[in-house]
Design a binder for this molecule. Structure first.
Ligand SMILES: Nc1ncnc2c1ncn2[C@@H]1O[C@H](COP(=O)(O)OP(=O)(O)OP(=O)(O)O)[C@@H](O)[C@H]1O
Ligand SMILES: [Mg+2]
Length: 481
């Protein structure tokens, strides 16, 4: 597992509406995309890991320089400033061409939003093909799952576009912790025109009224009543996308959705569900639902291949009229560890670094600058006291152990045991010694927190951004070694 899973911050929770439903035009709107900006905090990123032992690894000197001075030039260099007016007009005419390239680069591979159109969607042909096949050939319901930031929402948008071309009615809904079954599906029903009901005759008063399916729902309803209504859909096929399904905390909601899937399948209704969410396996996202296993297909999303990374870099190249040297692409590929988010982040920064130096070629040096800028930004986003904890001598001395801890926490909920750190570290020391070392970083103002459960102590990085930084610097140290 090369991905780091993390919970969302309370701020992120607040930023995303609970159980909203959009039709496709809204799903691809900037407003919709905007909500995801919040989810891409430095603390929520998948991280590269090489799978090798970390014993003996050194802290990169770049970090020492970073922490040596709070007036680090790198910080000044990355101080944000607007390069164009809000209407995208370039202010500085003399630098106009460079500015336009910067804007084109941002629009092509800016990392903060999911992809909403095919033009900017790299690779993933196999995932898209499997999804279409499951919906069209097998008439199944689908669960798309994978690590945070692996590209689920982007795939949903592009799939929705493709299905709409084939005249499917595609409705997109985003789940939240408070999502309520009846509210969510009533909102979906409100987007299905009543003319698609088999009992509604064209040109009849009902058809002319411009109503939707929601008017045919009783005040309270469950999955059975809903499936009954949906089984009367005719003249089109409906796809309901439930994104961010992992955020639903109510087990009752998941049971109802499973029941709906079962009922829709039994009635061969022309309504199919596509669920998407963060999970490592189908059970984790679906909950215990043996009755629907025959009606649902799970589609895991995997890390991007080097060819797909190349494809993504190609999008940046044609948008901003740049050329990424092979060595630069290779470095980005290794550092990103298959995360489309990190590929975009690094390729974007590397492209900007090249434009800054008026070079049309993005070199390995530009890619290295990109890694350093990303590390600088992540470091800056950490509280000052956490930066101090990281920069102290003790942390330098125990650097390999900290890297091993970051790796050990890179799956699931971020928790890890001393045993797991021992496995990653492989330096001959036992769990008792490692546990003691881990404890030396536990504290309200320190790097780790500890919890005792069922006789076992489990640790977690207090700020997930710390493990992101550790893993990226580890990958960096390995590359330079
Ligand atoms: N196929 C792709 N081509 C280009 N960029 C992609 C692709 N897939 C994902 N990305 C980029 O990766 C980042 C994460 O993508 P996305 O938001 O779709 O992931 P996600 O799995 O839905 O994340 P989360 O788990 O936070 O909901 C975004 O910046 C997006 O633009
Ligand atoms: Mg998403």
């Amino acid at each position: 597992m090369i991905w780091k899973r993390r919970g969302k911050s309370p701020e992120t929770d607040a930023a995303i509406d609970a159980g909203s439903v959009d039709d496709q035009s809204k799903a691809t709107s900037p407003e919709r995309a905007e909500t995801n900006v919040m989810t891409k905090s430095p603390s929520a990123q998948p991280m590269p890991s090489t799978g090798l032992s970390v014993a003996g690894e050194q802290r990169p000197s770049f970090l020492d320089r970073l922490w040596a001075s709070s007036n680090d030039p790198m910080r000044a260099e990355t101080m944000p400033r607007f390069i164009a007016s809000a209407s995208d007009e370039v202010e500085n005419q003399g630098e106009g061409v460079l500015m336009r390239r910067r804007i084109a680069l941002r629009d092509a591979i800016g990392a903060s939003q999911p992809v909403t159109d095919r033009e900017h969607f790299a690779g993933r042909h196999d995932a898209l093909r499997q999804l279409i096949d499951a919906v069209e050939q097998q008439r199944l319901h689908v669960v798309v799952y994978g690590e945070r930031g692996i590209g689920k929402t982007s795939l949903m948008h592009v799939f929705a576009d493709t299905a709409r071309e084939a005249r499917y009615l595609v409705l997109y809904g985003s789940c939240g912790t408070e999502t309520h079954f009846a509210n969510l599906f009533r909102a979906f029903a409100a987007r299905i025109p009543r003319i698609y009901h088999r009992a509604v005759v064209p040109n009849s008063p009902e058809a002319e009224a411009g109503d939707s399916f929601d008017v045919m729902l009783p005040p309270t309803f469950g999955p059975r009543e809903l499936a009954e209504l949906f089984s009367d859909v005719t003249g089109t096929r409906v796809i309901l996308i439930l994104d961010e399904y992992d955020r639903v905390t109510d087990a009752g909601f998941r049971r109802d959705v499973a029941e709906l899937v079962k009922n829709l399948s039994d009635r061969a209704a022309r309504v199919q569900l596509v669920l998407a969410g963060v999970a490592q396996n189908l059970d984790e996202i679906l909950g215990y639902a043996p009755s629907v296993r025959r009606n649902i297909v799970g589609l895991p999303m995997r890390p991007m291949t080097p060819e797909e990374v190349r494809d993504m870099v190609g999008i940046a190249e044609s948008a901003a009229d740049l050329e990424y040297a092979d060595a630069a692409t290779r470095l980005i590929t290794v550092m990103a560890g298959g995360s489309p988010y990190l590929v975009r982040l690094l390729a974007h920064h590397a492209g900007l670094a090249a434009i800054d130096t008026r070079s049309a070629i993005v070199t390995e040096a530009h890619a290295t600058t990109a890694v350093e800028r990303v590390l600088t930004e992540w470091n800056a986003s950490l509280p000052r006291r956490v930066q101090q904890s990281l920069s102290r001598e003790d942390a330098r001395a125990k650097w390999p152990m900290l890297i091993a801890a970051a790796r050990a926490g890179s799956a699931g909920d971020g928790l890890f045991t001393a045993e797991e750190v021992v496995t990653e570290l492989e330096d001959g020391r036992n769990a008792v010694v490692i546990e003691q070392e881990l404890r030396s970083f536990v504290g309200p103002n320190d790097l780790l927190e500890a919890e005792a459960k069922e006789g076992e102590t489990r640790f977690r990085f207090r700020y997930p951004g710390v493990s992101a930084l550790l893993l990226m610097s580890s990958a960096m140290a390995r590359l330079s070694a």
